[in-house]
Write a protein that binds this ligand. Sequence first.
Ligand SMILES: C[S@@+](CC[C@H](N)C(=O)[O-])C[C@H]1O[C@@H](n2cnc3c(N)ncnc32)[C@H](O)[C@@H]1O
Length: 329
Amino acid sequence: MTDAALRTEQHRPAEPAVLDDVPGWFWDHDRHLFEWFLTRQEKAGVTGDLLEMGAYLGRSAIVIGGHLQPSETFTVCDLFDSDAPDDENAAEMEMSYRRTLTRSAFEENYLSFHDELPEIIQAPTSSLAGGRIPAGAFRFIHIDASHLYEHVVGDLQVARVALQPEGVVVLDDYRSAHTPGVAAATWEAVFNHDLKPIVLTEGKFYGTWGDPEPAQRDLLDRVDLSEDCDLTVEVLNGRRMVRIGNNPLRIAPFRPSRHHDRLAAEAARREAEQTAEEEQRAQRAAAADLDARRARAAERRRPVNVAKRVAGDLLPPVVTSAIRRARRG
Ligand SMILES: C[S@@+](CC[C@H](N)C(=O)[O-])C[C@H]1O[C@@H](n2cnc3c(N)ncnc32)[C@H](O)[C@@H]1O
């Protein structure tokens, strides 16, 4: 994240009215695809837990949490304000998140859109290994914590154990210039550890350790897919991958937060007050202008000035010049 982007982040409203008010890196194509995968599972009667590694201020977690079914658990794992487990991860935290991230800010954002918080594990994602979360229980896992190679390798191992056989794993920043570690870990998992790509967007890799074909068929048949999604198919080492281009999408915005109506009413009131103030200012200026014009007219009507004007109008120019010269002399 650049300094300019961080400065923008710091000027977001404290209470989000809409998802775009929550700082983060989660864009429309991926919001659409998260909802596409989760809804597809729900329509097929698939149940299972949800997990996000790396939540920041909640932008993607809020969307995932919108799909939590009654029997399911949504777990979010993030360091938030805790120390990182190693120096490289600490530097990453310092550079990108420390200035803006607190657990309470995450919670406040999340509760603006949902009645209950997810299960929060405030710890390094490495703490999820070794049985802290149930094996084979998850239907959807988003990996978006540390972007360093060693961490992502560990997160993928956790995901592989935690996912149901047909569960979906999403990796963030698998191809960005500033995150070669994620790219290395992702493609290593594809080539050496049986991870199968389903679909790629500009920002995220969607895969499974199960069968990628049914979801790919539904994508290519455009089942419930936005008509703006521009699909292409790529074959890599004999394996099919779908790609979604980055053309603008017209998808419905995520539902507004619980603060939306109040904030909208407050904004409308402020705007009305501002308009009324501007009108009053304009009225005062017009009244002042009228007073000035009246004063100038009264001045013009004073007898001495009337006489001057009449003299100017009636006497020949040579006479009026002579009078003026005489007065100056
Ligand atoms: C890119 S942000 C997540 C963005 C978020 N998913 C969104 O869409 O807005 C990465 C997050 O990972 C967290 N993080 C970094 N290293 C971590 C680690 N080792 N364990 C757990 N969380 C970590 C950071 O605190 C930060 O909140």
